[in-house]
Design a protein around this ligand. Structure first.
Ligand code: AMP
Length: 220
């Protein structure tokens, strides 16, 4: 395996993108650049960008293209991304962002755009089964068979479902994702740059599918 890769990962919430991005970033020794994480950090640090992004993010809308493109451009100019590459997660979200990214990366183009595909019914079921202890933060996945589903096994605290993990809230977020991402899938798909990877199965198996597709695209 040769270290270094320049990748874009698309995928519904709950498709396992977070887990796979962490593994890919270790495997290829590249930074995992998540624009959602960068914006959340900016909000916490009360920067100018954070102040502008906060309400937009809370409303579940998209932060403006101009701000996003500037943030990503700056990040991709840093030495680690320039020398080793990166995994872009959460960017681009619009065709305007994708076009700007092509200009930014003209000297070192993206190797491949991956769509980590998990059918909608499966991600709704996965997210709706998420539980968290209000007191100690332990995460659970409900099987529906627990004798005491709402009591934490670790600390005895209250186990709850997050407001935004109910099937209704999840479906709303997925509708938004679908409408935002469909034009991107079309943009990269018609240019022959998109690899759809089946995200259903054991995480090790999904990881193997991803690295196989990435290594093939880098060998071209
Ligand atoms: P994420 O963690 O990727 O779901 O991003 C969380 C929120 O940050 C999104 O709902 C948007 O409000 C904002 N955001 C993240 N990436 C972008 C982007 N590329 N363009 C516009 N808004 C973004």
């Amino acid at each position: 395996m040769i270290p270094g890769a320049r990748l874009i990962i698309l995928g519904r919430q709950g498709a396992g993108k977070g887990t796979q991005c962490v593994r890919l970033s270790r495997h290829y020794v590249v930074p995992h650049i998540s624009t959602g994480d960068m914006l959340r950090a900016a909000v916490r640090e009360r920067t100018e960008v954070g102040a502008a992004a906060r309400e937009v993010m809370d409303a579940g809308s998209l932060v403006g293209d101009e701000i996003m493109i500037a943030i990503v451009d700056e990040r991709l100019q840093r030495a680690d991304a320039q020398t080793r590459g990166y995994i872009l997660d959460g960017f681009p979200r619009t065709v305007a962002q994708a076009e700007a990214l092509d200009k930014i990366t003209v000297d070192r183009p993206i190797h491949v755009v991956i769509d980590l595909d998990v059918p909608r019914e499966i991600v709704v079921a996965r997210i709706s089964a998420r539980r968290v202890c209000r007191d100690c933060g332990t995460n659970y996945t409900s099987t529906g068979q627990e004798r005491q589903p709402w009591i934490c096994e670790v600390c005895g605290g209250d186990v709850m479902q997050r407001d935004d993990d109910t099937p209704d809230a999840v479906n709303r977020r997925l509708d938004l994702y679908e409408s935002q991402t469909a034009p991107l899938i079309e943009f990269y798909g018609t240019q022959g740059r998109l690899e759809v990877i089946d995200g259903v199965g054991h995480p090790d198996e999904v990881f193997r599918r991803l690295t196989t597709a990435i290594d093939q695209s880098r060998a071209l």
